[in-house]
Design a protein around this ligand. Structure first.
Ligand SMILES: NC(=O)c1ccc[n+]([C@@H]2O[C@H](COP(=O)([O-])OP(=O)(O)OC[C@H]3O[C@@H](n4cnc5c(N)ncnc54)[C@H](O)[C@@H]3O)[C@@H](O)[C@H]2O)c1
Length: 437
């Protein structure tokens, strides 16, 4: 039997050579040196594993022995992540990063993984978790430099502090809106924050239209009836939207896409925004005061972000201005509508239809199966009792196209973070930490 291969002395000295380096870098350095040599000598992988153990042995024994296995884990990942340029291993992989994504939906996961693998291969590790980030779950982020958050994660001061303490340095929000993140605290803690400022606005605009038409034409009620073989039309009468007035509150990307569809229906367009959009003006949209929009529109659709200035934009006053038979659609953020005032309006028999894809208190409810629990949110339960109200659980963005773009952009935001770059997606830029990535 031949002697097991032993690393030459140059390799043995790696531990000493790299003593001044931080531990993960030392592992990377050792393994890359070893793999260069192994490749040059045509040595096969089981032998390399043996040799790797021999090389890192001195390092490992220098550490607490009960942590040996744990200590070896990143080493193995680094070995798997080496990318070769000729005989030179790429040094980029020296900094293996653990990334965790919260609130990942079953249909989203393959798209997120695809985008991640295409960019990073095995260089970094992604954990996809179905649970949402909040004060109870924040400890699970410990050791993950990058957190990929979703709209219904809570990143308030307490959670952000827990993340920073656990070693998180970057938050990549997989959404356009970021009202769930306390940016001031993130900045104070030196956390980089990015979002996805652009993805298919058509996903949301088309869904807002699906809600508008469903409530106007009583589609859900009709579908329930025909399933029961009840083919009567009583109570299903809707209205033509052609020739009626659409009030678009917020005429950015989604609002403009919504307005284009309204234009296709032959509707008159009223808009309200802090800035006029030339694309909407070209459609013939007239920008008016908010009060006038609420008073004249037959269909009001909300597309402004949730900000202190837009919180409860649709309050008792705005609802009182609206026509008794108006339609209201909210596919932006729940906090734009004062739910109590809306319930009061509906109780009074006003508004012909309401489509809500978002709800003020949706965190902890939307995206989850609550069907076997007692519904403790009285307001949400009450909303469901109105047969002219349709509630969906924040699914307007949920098309293959939009979710794919969100995944790609999120991964791009992580690449930018590694490179210390900022972009249109940056909310809090990276603070120089001296980490050479
Ligand atoms: N339901 C969903 O799945 C979903 C998905 C994506 C986005 N959204 C929501 O849609 C919103 C709009 O997205 P977008 O891509 O069109 O954003 P956008 O930035 O392109 O447009 C927002 C518009 O709101 C206007 N605005 C901002 N602050 C305002 C204020 N205080 N008063 C009046 N107008 C103001 C801006 O001038 C801009 O025209 C997002 O903020 C998000 O909350 C919902």
């Amino acid at each position: 039997m031949s002697e097991p291969w032993k690393p030459p002395s140059r390799i043995r000295n790696v531990a000493a050579d790299s003593a001044a380096m931080p531990l993960p870098t030392r592992y990377a350095f050792a393994i890359t040196q070893l793999l260069v040599l192994a490749r040059r000598s045509g040595i096969t992988s089981p032998t390399v594993s043996y040799a790797a153990t021999a090389v890192t042995g001195p390092m490992v024994t220098a550490l607490r022995s009960d942590r040996t296995l744990e200590v070896l884990r990143p080493f193995r990942r680094i070995a798997a992540a080496i990318r070769w340029r000729g005989d030179q291993p790429s040094l980029w992989e020296e900094n293996h990063v653990e990334i965790v994504a919260y609130g990942v939906l079953a249909d989203e996961q393959p798209l997120l993984r695809d985008a991640f693998d295409r960019e990073f291969g095995a260089a970094h590790e992604l954990r996809c978790l179905g649970l949402f980030l909040n004060r109870d779950t924040a400890p699970t982020a410990a050791g993950h430099e990058v957190v990929l958050s979703s709209v219904n994660d809570t990143l308030d001061a307490e959670v952000l502090r827990a993340l920073a303490k656990g070693g998180t340095r970057m938050i990549a929000q997989r959404a356009t809106g970021y009202n769930n993140i306390d940016l001031a605290v993130a900045e104070e803690l030196g956390l980089t924050v990015a979002r996805v400022s652009f993805y298919s606005p058509y996903s949301v605009a088309e869904f807002a239209w699906a809600l508008a038409l469903a409530v106007d034409r009583r589609i859900v009620r009709a579908a329930h009836r025909t399933r029961e073989f009840d083919f009567r039309l009583d109570g299903l009468m809707g209205r033509d939207l052609h020739g009626r007035t659409a009030g678009v509150v917020g005429t950015g990307k989604i609002g403009a896409a919504f307005a284009r569809i309204a234009h296709g229906f032959g509707m008159r367009l009223l808009g309200w925004d802090v800035a006029e959009n030339p694309d909407c003006l070209a459609l013939g949209m007239q920008y008016v005061e908010r009060e006038r929009l609420f008073a004249e529109a037959d269909l009001v659709s909300l597309h402004v972000p949730l900000l202190p200035g837009t919180h409860h934009l649709v309050d008792a006053r705005a609802l009182a201005l609206m026509k008794d038979d108006a339609l209201l659609v909210n596919s932006s953020r729940g906090g734009l509508v004062d739910t109590d005032a809306l319930l009061e309006t509906l109780r009074a028999g006003r508004l012909s239809g309401v489509g809500l894809d978002v709800y003020e208190e949706e965190a902890g409810v939307f995206f989850l199966d609550k069907s076997l629990e007692v519904m403790t949110d009285e307001r949400l339960a009450r909303l469901m009792t109105f047969n002219n109200v349709l509630v969906t659980s924040h699914q307007a963005y949920f098309t293959r196209d939009a979710v794919g773009q969100i995944a790609e952009t999120t991964v791009g935001n992580v690449v930018d973070y590694f490179a210390g770059r900022t972009s249109d997606n940056t909310l809090v830029p990276r603070r120089e930490t001296g980490i050479g990535r």
